[in-house]
Design a protein around this ligand. Structure first.
Ligand code: GDP
Ligand code: MG
Length: 375
């Protein structure tokens, strides 16, 4: 890469520019930090550090994970942080009321002022309480949570563990506790179905103590709320408790930095092409932004919120649906924004190519393995 100077190279090689200048001096090249270097010098230097110059330059720009992580780090050091809504996943044993709770939340809190504001199914939605928002991921269950984590996407801030008061702690209840604990995500327990005649919330609380979840009333630090997802009883209290927990966590984001996000769901729409539901995590995503998501690229063409309304920008913790990608990304894929469309396309194409090569390699491996297996 011509036109690079010692400072640029320092960034790429993870060295101080002064070290680069010194190294070049030892190699017989006199320069300063800002003087641009010729190709031979760069190659000489790269060889000295044992790196193929071109490869390294390439790697850096197409490594979405690194770009994403850089923004996460930038937000931690940012002086411009503002509060952001918590992102909540609902977990629990089958039939304990996860879907019922998600449905109730979706409908009770579509504010009356928002005409026609019925929540769309875009993988996540927001609920408002006292002018504060809470984002709920719309796919309950453990598979979605594990898949996200396996791919390095940690988008959940709080887990609401639903336990039916007439059934108590069950295998998937314990599994959910384990998932949340290993992810380091705090749990709020929603003891559900308290409207049922056989409901015994105290028994559930005793059982959960065996698994390290001790209610605040009993000297622990786990929030328990007794609710009925069916009748709506105490559901608003649950929302209050989520906001309280969010305050404790001090969830913040910098709306002014480059947007990053994670795909919740994606699909191919006949009329609109690839459609991705994603959660904006840092920064503000804007219509027109050149983006790369996983191995796909494009520009944010149309952006829609969970009320089905077109929006121009989306702030941290906002779930949106976007169009404008060249292909369908996968859930848990990361979104990063580039300065221009050309770079986004180059990176996207490079990543798609790499993915394809990797796939071919795997196929070859499998074929070879199969061959050995049969011998
Ligand atoms: P999921 O498998 O955890 O998603 O559970 P569902 O939401 O599908 O609920 C399973 C069953 O329990 C359904 O028949 C619901 O109507 C019922 N259910 C859920 N919440 C309540 C509740 O608070 N009270 C009562 N009585 N029934 C409930
Ligand atoms: Mg369900």
């Amino acid at each position: 890469e011509e036109g690079m100077n010692a400072q640029d190279l320092g960034k790429i090689l993870h060295r101080e520019p002064a070290e680069i200048v010194k190294k070049l001096f030892m190699l017989g090249v006199m320069t300063n930090q800002n003087q641009s270097l010729d190709k031979d010098t760069i190659e000489l230097l790269a060889a000295e550090y044992g790196i193929e110059a071109e490869e390294k330059v390439h790697e850096d720009i197409s490594d979405i994970d690194t770009l994403y992580t850089k923004e996460v780090e930038a937000s931690k050091n940012s002086k411009n942080q503002v509060k952001r809504p918590p992102v909540v996943t609902i977990m629990g044993h089958v039939d304990h009321g996860k879907t019922t709770l998600l449905d109730r939340l979706r409908h009770t809190n579509v504010s009356e002022h928002e005409a026609g504001g019925i929540t769309q199914s875009i993988g996540a939605y927001q609920v408002k309480l006292d002018d504060r928002k809470i984002t709920f991921l719309d796919t309950p269950g453990h598979a979605a949570f594990s898949n996200m984590r396996a791919r390095g996407a940690e988008i959940t801030d709080i887990v609401v563990l639903v336990v039916a008061a007439d059934d108590g702690v069950m295998p998937q209840t314990i599994e959910a506790i384990d998932h949340a604990k290993s992810a380091g995500v705090p749990i709020i327990v929603a003891v559900n179905k308290i409207d049922k005649p056989g409901a015994n919330p105290d028994h559930v609380m005793e059982e959960l103590m065996q698994h390290g979840l001790v209610p605040e009333d009993w000297g622990g630090d786990t929030i328990f709320v007794k609710i009925s997802a069916k009748t709506g009883e105490n559901v608003e209290d649950l929302l209050q408790m989520i906001l309280l927990q969010a305050d404790v966590l001090e969830l913040k984001a910098d709306p002014d930095q480059k947007a990053i996000g994670t795909v919740v769901e994606a699909r191919l729409d006949k009329g609109r092409g690839p459609v991705a539901d994603l959660l904006v995590q840092q920064g503000t995503l804007k219509v027109g932004d050149p983006i790369v998501i996983g191995d796909t690229y494009g520009r944010v063409r149309v952006m829609t919120n969970d009320k089905g309304r077109r929006i121009k920008e989306a702030k941290p913790s906002t779930p949106v649906e976007i169009t404008g990608l060249n292909d369908v990304p996968s859930s848990a894929d990361k979104l990063v924004v580039f300065d221009d469309e050309k770079t986004a396309r180059n990176v996207g194409e490079q990543r798609a190519k790499n993915a394809l090569e990797k796939q071919r390699e795997n196929v070859q491996h499998v074929t070879l393995d199969n061959l050995f297996d049969t011998m």
